[in-house]
Design a binder for this molecule. Sequence first.
Ligand code: ADP
Ligand code: MG
Length: 550
Amino acid sequence: MAATARELREGLDTVSRALLRSASREGSKVDFLREVSTTILRFTGSTSLDLWIENRRVPYHWQAVSRPRRSYRIASLASGPDAGLWRRPRGDSPRSVTFLEHMLPLVGDGRLGASASRTPEGSLWLDEQAMVPFEIHGPDQGVLRLRRGGSEAFTARDVASCESLAHVLGVTIASRRAHAALTERVKELTCMYGIAQVAARPSLTLDETLQEIVELLPAAWQYPDIATACITLDEHAFASPGFRGGPRSLSADITVNGTHRGRVEVVYADRKAGDEDRLFDDAPFLDEEQHLIEGVAREVTAIIGRKHAEEESERLQQQIRHADRLATIGELAAGVAHELNEPLGNILGFAQLAGRAPDLGAETRRDLDKIVSASLYAREIIKKLMFFSRQTPAQKNDIDVNKVVDDVMSLLQPRCEKGAVSVVVELAPSPPLVRGDAAQLQQVLVNLVVNAVQAMPAGGTLHVRTTHDSEMVRVTLEDTGVGIPPENLGRVFMPFFTTKDVGEGTGLGLAVVHGIVALHGGSVRVESEVGRGTRFAIDLPSTSTTEEDA
Ligand code: ADP
Ligand code: MG
């Protein structure tokens, strides 16, 4: 370093610019440290360089050796043999003369304490080594140590220029941190923006949305090449390619309406052997990344909520359309029933009257009997249509639904036995009473039980349950029968809809169920899976609610 003051200043200028340029270069922290080390080693003619750097995540020690063989090393000061040696007293400035004294156990060797020379800036030097403290940003500090080979001792002027260099190095490191933070921030925002875009596509199902989101996640992390992500929701997993669980992971829970439903997880795969970025092992994730993953979990939660709401509103709309259709058919049926009732009454009346004539031949009498029984059959159908269209007045009594269930089940026990159907009845203790017509409610249950038995031609189990809250009583009938294909689910309550052979079903059973339940202010719901079974649930308002309504 035998140069004029001017040469020295120009040299310092060039090196400073080179250092500062390194701050905004793409690449890992290790790449950055390699670059600045090479610049400093070359300029100062040193054989080795050590940096102890304070850092919010993991303080670390970096070593670069240029001679005899080029080598680099990075180690955490938060773990490993030097852990805890970085213990600068709070508030101690690197410029204070005592700063390095505190650091000597870490950065120095035994000879230094007593015999080293000092500068007003707090640096120490002795023979061929110099130690320079410097400031990075805010409270963060660093120490630069340079060594020269052989007998080339540092001079006061050398140390002064090392101090200038260390100062620029501090600024460079702070600038690189700001730059890296900005890059991370851009990645985060890009990720959140991507998620928002995926979420805004209404054509995607929830599953498709989650799959697209999970594939956006790895790129937002500091080491995208080894990051993989997984979103679990209700035991379903959506993963980015190559996802495998591992210890270096970050996660956030997905909680919808207070219920834990799953989580978002990002995992770093193992680094390839030979990578020096050991630091990574101690604290692979940034604080910002914890925030990011929580943000992602919140976004996913919102998407789930929205999708559920969409599905629910679609379901409600369908229900309304269905109810509308049933109401229209009901009116039609009521009209038809009404129109047919009178002529049918006449047919029946006159046929019976004609049958009483004394001088009828046997043939004619048989014909008249046929007219009578056909008319009776027709009247039954009309009666059912009237039930469906709620034209039949109901009696209003206080009814214990459990008793209705008991009565019907004992009535139909033989029929169930014959069909090899085992019946399990579970009645809620003392459900509230409902206001209505016991005979009609029995009819409802009879129709449902008969359907269930018919749906289990090879036998099975029929579960009948009553449950309740303060406002309603629910009767659930669950069979293990053939089930109802989805395309029929919306039609089973239509009058005359049947899948049964002539003589086995008229398709009026569920129409009647619907009519009676509606007349009682209740609702009936069906769920079914082909090959597994069907569940009907009937909700009837309890007297407390019906009276309030009245
Ligand atoms: P029906 O029994 O006379 O056919 P319903 O109105 O009682 O008429 O039922 C209509 C249709 O709904 C049936 O034909 C059947 O296809 C279907 N269904 C009703 N209940 C069940 C059930 N428990 N399991 C399977 N299918 C059922
Ligand atoms: Mg039926």
